[in-house]
Design a protein around this ligand. Structure first.
Ligand SMILES: Nc1ncnc2c1ncn2[C@@H]1O[C@H](COP(=O)(O)OP(=O)(O)OP(=O)(O)O)[C@@H](O)[C@H]1O
Length: 342
């Protein structure tokens, strides 16, 4: 991995006297895709706009490729931005939309033609090259916006919830394509979303924000397996979040040879339980199934334990004979329990 490419240092942003971002620090590496994840109102767009230069009132430093950029005007930052709303020019064709920035930079006609046609082809819109935005689907419009941003070879591409207006299937297709372009063209991307699955699926690195404060930064796997704090434990995945007292009630005495702290929080990923099938060194938990949700390839069940605790477990959706009220047993190894913040 190369050195930090984008660095945010002690960033502070206030609106009307309210501090929205308070002392934010993070760094991202070149040619990686980082997602900025957090609930609505957590400050994701505010930070993105500050990096792009759309929000000039700030304290702190923003460094791109080693140079301070926080005082540069938008057009001098070499940063591209893609919005949820596409922001295409309705009176220009697909070709003209994608060519717009290169024309403004006074590139030669032959260079414009070559670059634009190549980019339109990459995003799979050859047959729409002369179409107007009104005659395109939402997914096609967003491809034009992506091509228009990428053709300018930005040092950094910022994407603000680019897929939010699309249907579920198009979202998944386009997120995978964005990841593919990012890797194929070697672009550094910062992608805002409030959709965890989206963030987990495409990122090298995830930064989670809440109330303008960075909660955790790491790979999708690390964030899922080791939530850093209570917010992360509750926000990511459908973990079972239990306190130490609950674990003692279930019959666990130690976790990975450490005493359980009754006041600490612990998480159990729902896919780690074994259902009605004994496993070695595992604690048996008796109870009954309280609810069943079919998630497509998986089944997610609520399990009411005899001790009165509610757990969630998941199984692959194959040959399962589940029914609500069925008495059953779950098995869990203490090594599969993770202490929050460890
Ligand atoms: N121009 C502004 N003037 C005043 N307050 C603002 C302004 N822009 C954002 N805010 C406030 O800053 C906070 C963070 O907003 P921001 O849009 O950055 O959140 P977000 O995480 O991107 O949310 P969402 O996922 O809903 O887009 C919110 O409380 C919002 O009301």
């Amino acid at each position: 991995m190369t050195d930090a490419f984008l660095q945010i240092q002690n960033l502070e942003i206030s609106f009307d006297g309210d501090r929205i971002i308070a002392g934010l620090n993070f760094a991202i590496h070149k040619n990686t895709l980082t997602t900025f994840l957090g609930p609505s109102g957590s400050g994701k767009t505010t930070v993105l706009r500050a990096i792009a230069g759309l929000n000039q009132k700030l304290n702190g430093r923003i460094l791109l490729d080693g140079k301070e950029i926080q005082k540069l005007p938008v057009n001098k930052r070499k940063i591209g931005m893609i919005f949820q709303s596409y922001a295409l020019f309705p009176n220009l064709t697909v070709f003209e939309n994608v060519a717009y920035g290169l024309k403004a930079r006074k590139k030669s006609n032959s260079e414009i033609h070559d670059s634009v046609e190549k980019m339109i082809s990459l995003v799979g819109l050859d047959d729409k090259i002369n179409a107007y935005p009104n005659n395109l689907s939402g997914g096609q419009k967003q491809r034009v916006a992506i091509a228009r941003a990428m053709v300018l070879k930005p040092k950094l591409l910022l994407l603000d919830e680019p897929l939010s207006a699309l249907d579920a299937k198009t979202r998944v297709e386009l997120r995978n394509q964005i990841r593919h372009y990012q890797q194929q063209l070697g672009i550094t991307m910062l992608f805002v979303t409030h959709d965890q699955t989206e963030a987990m699926a495409i990122s090298d690195n995830v930064i989670v924000m809440d109330h303008g404060i960075l909660q955790q930064q790491g790979s999708p796997a690390a964030i899922y397996a080791h939530p850093a704090n209570n917010f992360m434990a509750n926000f990511i995945g459908s973990h079972n979040v239990l306190d130490g007292k609950d674990l003692l009630r279930l019959g666990f005495n130690t976790i990975k040879n450490q005493n359980i702290n009754p006041k600490a929080l612990y998480v159990i990923r729902p896919e780690l339980f074994s259902f009605d099938q004994k496993i070695e060194n595992a604690l048996e938990i008796s109870g009954k199934i309280k609810s069943i949700s079919v998630l497509g390839d998986r089944i997610s069940c609520e399990f009411q334990t005899e001790k009165g605790l509610l757990l969630r477990f998941e199984r692959l959706n194959k040959n399962s004979s589940f029914s609500i009220g069925k008495l059953a047993k779950l098995y869990l190894r203490d090594s599969d329990i993770v202490k929050v913040g460890s």
